[in-house]
Design a protein around this ligand. Sequence first.
Ligand code: ADP
Ligand code: MG
Length: 319
Amino acid sequence: MKKIIGESEPIVQLKDSIERYAKSDVNILVSGPSGTGKELVAWNIHLKSKRKYENFVPINCGSIPAELIESELFGYEKGSFTGANNSKQGLFEIAHNGTIFLDEVAELPLPAQVKLLRVIQEGEIEKIGRRQKLSVNVRIIAGTNKNLTNEVNNGRSREDLYYRLNVVPLDIVPLRQRGDDIILLFDYFIQYFSQDLDIEIPKVEDKAKEILLNYKWPGNVRELRNVVQRLILNCHGTINVKDISNPMILRDHGIVKEETNFNDLYQGQVLQLKEMEKIFRKKYFQYVRSISSSDSSAAEKLGLAPSNYYRMCKELGIK
Ligand SMILES: Nc1ncnc2c1ncn2[C@@H]1O[C@H](COP(=O)(O)OP(=O)(O)O)[C@@H](O)[C@H]1O
Ligand SMILES: [Mg+2]
């Protein structure tokens, strides 16, 4: 699933820019709210570039604990610190001759920003425990859902790095500003997931489409994709207004609905508490993540240590 779906004006322009910028080797900064397709855009740039046969290495800077960032990005040599029993390739080495996608780049701690700047300026990485620098040739695409100018003004991001990353800016608009693309994407995911499950493609009532068009889509395309997955598992041949208004589908309902009528929701089906808790946790984790700028901020909202948050996400199959 690497195709960018959409025919709205902003998406047509975006595709056009991708075509133009892919040919060159400039660094690109992709901005847009979470779930708008930043990683997908980075993939498309890579696939249309002369680096397409080399690696595309996406990494979410917000999901790696600060103390591990440098060893993840630049790697280390065997014996460079206690516990370094083997040497480790950094992601920049893995992306050599290819493309690296640094998502949520504003989450990089300042020391890592300094090192990144040096990689861009000199084309060399400093591997932990290694004397000589290592030359790498990597195209950098950075992603952010924050306004990086603000981050620079607040001292959380380095201005010099910002200018190096932002040679060409690409902005992705939220899904609610893309008009009928909502329906195109909806139909696309319906088809994809029906084929995946080997079921007949359900019909969608016009009234149901209207609700989808009017919904605000705070989680953007990622949310729409999840909604379709849930709908397909729960519908019977057609998707109607009732399916879509189910409070488990769209999330413009209150935080906790006291008056939830379980009988309407589950129609007499009963799951064991453990199974239900798992479903709830997964949805809730995904929801909190979608309204957070990074994994660490989601963990904080949930009152969890980042390492626990990360482990629980893995257990729930989110990572
Ligand atoms: N225009 C689009 N067409 C098809 N799929 C899309 C589109 N935009 C996003 N997606 C899908 O939505 C999900 C979220 O996209 P992603 O690139 O991870 O967003 P971001 O990095 O901005 O959070 C992915 O599964 C992606 O393939
Ligand atoms: Mg992303």
